[in-house]
Unconditional design. Sequence first.
Length: 320
Amino acid sequence: MSEKRPIPEASLGKEWVMYGQKPGLKTESLLTFEKTRPYNVQVLQGISVGGSLFTDFVYQNDFSANTTDEEVGNGKIPELLAKINTQITGLFKVGKPVIVRSSAMDDKGGPGIYDSVFFVPTGNPEENLSQLIQAERAVYASYFREDAKLFRDGNFSNDGMGLLIQPVIGRKYGNYFMPMIAGVFTVVNGDPIFRIVMGLGTKAVGLGKDDIMEGRINSSFYYGQRKYDVIDLQTGKIESVRIDEDFCGKVVQQAGKLDTACKTWLEAVDKSETTYWEIAIDKSEKPYILQSSFELQTPLGLKFGEPEGKILLETADIAN
């Protein structure tokens, strides 16, 4: 896969823009799924920064398996990646949050060992470029953390980390930005599990029991969550804010899309097409698939990280 400049009319999230080689498993899985995706869901496309550019970054800074994540956080960006970053920031929209995800060669999706970073583009190109570089460094640095090294059994690859850059799905509500519904569909110990929230969900929705409501998916659940996690458009940080009934009512209007997504995912699992989806729902016609992969089925004894969003529902059952 050669370096590719985005066409001028490229729109972030509506088409793929590929840079470098070896995009990583997360991106490759999403590209593969898109070829056979069910008609009633849509794939959130993005920008792939391949592992070959991570290789440049590693060589530029003389990093190795013994390098610490703190050192990587101050690494110098290679010339080619710097040029690509300038092109990438040209696709950002002011005030439309972006997420920079890991797409490592061993990253199968699910509650990941590597980082993802949110930021909000401004009208200042230099500031946008600085935010993008900081996000890239943070994701690259997560490859060098001790827990990541343990996850890989000490293995190290110079092209081990690609990046997947996507817009955050959602709408602006005052000074905040969030999807109406987000969540994770996964298989644990052979059982299908749905973890659904209002607001941001992301990869860190866990299996703990705090704030979980169990049962069938219906409108009563949408009034049980008291706070939701959002992106503060002024600070760029994730905040937890109180939900009002007006917003809950708008979310309930999207409940049919959640039901459709749940049933479609179960059909895909039965066909051995996937075991893991990360989804987001807004006012668009179809639910967005942010990630799709065959993650390893995780024993319940292995705990996930703390949730980034309040958990509205965890269940293996959906309403017919």
